[in-house]
Design a protein around this ligand. Structure first.
Ligand code: MN
Length: 485
């Protein structure tokens, strides 16, 4: 999927790297015991540490460390057995310590890989540069008072994983796929809920452009804190065009931090980009280096779930699904679990059709997640068995599916109530055919003298006589035999 911007002077390629701040799923904050829950009243979840009180000492939350290692393993990344917390010094009104505790030259997780599932079924590997642990800042509230701003420190000190990609992405679409895949992996791992609307996953995009064929890296701009996948894609597209316009008109791009305005679909300069030395990083003297051994890592490895890439490969191998179909099913763990339960003992392609088309269609129409599906995986599985053993035609099955969705009843109950069993008993169909042939001797004659297109009419008559319950396959087979004898 190549993405090329055609300018006045030639063709341009876009170079994108993403930095994602993912909030760690944890009861307590990174260095304090205060709650990290979302949605509490302002300033109700603030310890002395989070408020930056003098003399308070941070204590590392072991669970957050495990979550970071777990995420690193999920990204097939190098786990650094020794890492260092560093102070990143800058002033924000909502950051009372006057510095953020982060990691600098020795992060907890090093290089890894994230595999993109492209729409054509192919894959593309994107490099992960690093993952480090750091604290979140508080929140300034500017819209509650005409002349005053308020500060809410509930978020201050909450654990974040900053996950930095290499500049390997080449289009807004790839950036979108990267974010969705990362979110999928984090959710499988249970290390971040990936909820961009609540801010538990936020994305900064580094964007630059270069002439197609060139390998140089031109000056990039960083678009800060974009809070939806769609906006990230739009912001990148807009920013890349802006760069092309600037370069082509003989100007130059300044390295700076920009904000994306989704209402106007434009980016605006926010501040000139700080360099690392502006932050005067130094190892935090209040915290020991983080050190762990192979057994610690092995212990976490042993608890990893089957992740999307492995699950996709298994669905392709064991169930014979296409790369695309398998990719759709495994993107959300709940969908994959549902599919596997529904597909038990039936053809996987049949199950995939019903889950991906009928069930997802129903869920989309109602705007509900699969965990609230009115049709359980077990019930859909039973419906699929009734299709497989010819009890129900696919037309009948669609009706049963709709009744299941409305009533929550299982397929057997609906089949019994409505007397829906498809007739596969050849005796009953035989009788119907004999009667129709006896009553329509002229049509039988016409068929026998070569008007074979009458077959459709005969099948229709048998279906009518059996109230649509005859198995159409069995029906035309028997008709053929009798008409041609
Ligand atoms: Mn950060």
């Amino acid at each position: 999927m190549s993405y090329i911007i055609k300018g006045d002077t030639g063709e341009w390629e876009v170079v994108i790297g993403l930095e994602v701040h993912a909030q760690v799923i944890s009861k307590a904050k990174l260095f304090s015991g205060a709650s990290a829950d979302f949605g509490a009243e302002p300033n109700m979840q603030v310890s002395f540490i989070d408020a930056g009180m003098p003399g308070m000492l941070p204590v590392i939350n072991a669970h957050c460390v495990q979550q970071a290692v777990r995420t690193g393993l999920g990204l097939k990344a190098k786990i650094n057995k020794r890492s260092i917390f560093a102070r990143k010094n800058y002033f924000y009104a909502d950051m009372p310590q006057g510095y953020q505790i982060s990691q600098y030259d020795m992060p907890i997780v090093g290089e890894g890989i994230l595999v993109l599932d492209m729409p054509d079924g192919s894959t593309r590997s994107i490099g992960i540069e690093r993952l480090h642990l750091e604290q979140d800042a508080g929140k300034s509230v500017h819209d509650m008072h005409a002349t005053k701003s308020f500060i809410d420190l509930n978020r201050s000190g909450v654990a974040l994983m900053e996950i930095v990609s290499k500049p390997d992405l080449r289009s807004p679409e790839e950036a979108g796929l990267y974010l969705k895949k990362l979110r999928s992996i984090l959710r499988y791992l249970g290390t971040c809920d990936g909820n961009m609307e609540e801010g538990s996953m936020r994305c900064d995009a580094n964007v630059s452009v270069r002439p197609v064929g060139s390998t140089e890296l031109r000056t990039r701009c960083e678009i800060k804190n974009v809070n939806s996948v769609r906006f990230v894609m739009q912001a990148i597209e807009h920013e890349a065009m802006r760069h092309v316009d600037v370069w082509e008109s003989g100007g130059k791009i300044d390295q700076e931090t920009r904000l994306y305005d989704s209402n106007k679909n434009e980016t605006r300069a926010m501040r000139s980009k700080e360099m690392a030395h502006d932050y005067r990083y130094f190892p935090d003297p209040d915290l020991l280096p983080l050190e762990f051994d192979d057994a610690f890592i092995a212990g976490i490895t042993s608890t990893l779930p089957e992740l999307p890439d492995d699950k996709k490969a298994r669905f392709m191998k064991d169930h014979g699904l296409s790369a695309y179909d398998a990719g759709v099913l495994v993107a959300e763990q709940e969908n994959a679990l549902y599919f596997e339960e529904a597909a038990q003992g039936v053809d996987a392609k049949l199950a995939n059709n019903w889950v991906s088309t009928n069930l997802f269609g129903l869920l989309n129409a109602r705007g509900i997640p699969i965990t609230e599906s009115p049709i359980s995986a077990k019930n859909l599985g039973r419906l699929l068995q009734l299709i497989s053993d010819n009890t129900l035609s696919s037309r009948m099955a669609k009706d049963v599916f709709e009744t299941m969705a409305e009533t929550g009843k299982d397929a057997d109950a609906i089949v019994a109530e409505q007397g829906l069993k498809q007739i596969t008993d050849t005796g009953a169909i035989d009788t119907a055919i004999d009667q129709i042939m006896a009553e329509n001797a002229d049509k039988v004659e016409q068929y026998r003298s070569g008007k074979v297109q009458l077959m459709g009419w005969f099948v229709g008559q048998v279906m009518k006589a059996t109230q649509g319950k005859a198995n159409p396959g069995v029906c035309s087979e028997l008709l053929k035999k009798k008409l041609e004898s």
